[in-house]
Design a protein around this ligand. Sequence first.
Ligand code: NDP
Length: 300
Amino acid sequence: MSEARLIDGRAFASALRMRVGKGVGDLVASKGVKPGLATVLVGGDPASEVYVRSKGKAAAELGMASFDHRLPDETTEAELLQLIAGLNADADVHGILVQLPLPGHIQTQKVLRAIDPDKDVDGFHPINVGRLGMIAAGAPLDFPVACTPLGCSMLLTDVLGSLSGMNAVVVGRSTLVGRPVAQLLLRADCTVTIAHSRTRDLPSVCRTADILAVAIGRPEFVRGDWIKPGAAVIDVGINRIPAAAGKTRLVGDVVFEEARQVAGHLTPVPGGVGPMTVACLMYNTLQQARREAGLPFAEI
Ligand code: NDP
């Protein structure tokens, strides 16, 4: 059997960004609306600073307005809620991203629920989680959908075309990744199994999958002999492990070299799902700006 075709998330994300950039230009030209993304960072966590900076930079590169709000660690919940209320009311802001984790004295769910669901470009608001939960098969995704799951679904559709009737196994049931991935696959007419830490005989469950999406946060957990020959494997995991000479390296939740010998398609880590997340954030922001401008939903 030949080696798996690697799914090039970097190339797909870069093409998606180009399409979003063109969409931004078209929207400015046709409606005079410039999509705007507001990022909110509370505290000085270095990793969060890097993420927020990359999101603001990506927005600016695509011709969007980027509004960067940095608040000190001691910001109160009331102050943060007041800022969000202001951003909800600001017509120049189409997407609001509150970088997680928030400091312990702030209730994350309270803050996420305060964001206008239509501007919730992370797709974490219960209204958007509910919209995805209620979606009919094949219906348009005309609301913000969590970025990493949306990226997984775009990659799968790109490499496989129609997913209709396929057996999909999603390993992981988190609200941020596993569940929305499963909902998107159900919408695409897959027969979906969601597995988790209490699943009995996980290897056998995985072997039923034409599509195997793994999001568990366990380095190199899924072995090659768990994979049905020819299956499409989406490895969402990002794990940093020790490497030679005191260095570290990134690995996924799947043993890459083993999976490569069995799978039909496989996302590498890094360079698979990872780059899709920020690209989908830009996509969600443009889509909201298009809705605000009264344009009908269109895939970009
Ligand atoms: P969570 O820790 O929130 O959820 C992990 C899930 O995996 C849980 O449902 C858990 O089951 C399940 N699980 C854990 N151990 C096992 C096991 N031994 N067997 C089967 N299931 C297991 O993680 P997230 O969903 O937030 O993230 C998962 C991975 O994806 C991480 O590596 C994270 O870094 C990565 N990630 C990557 C992103 C990107 O590419 N941009 C974005 C977001 C996440 P149970 O519910 O039973 O506890």
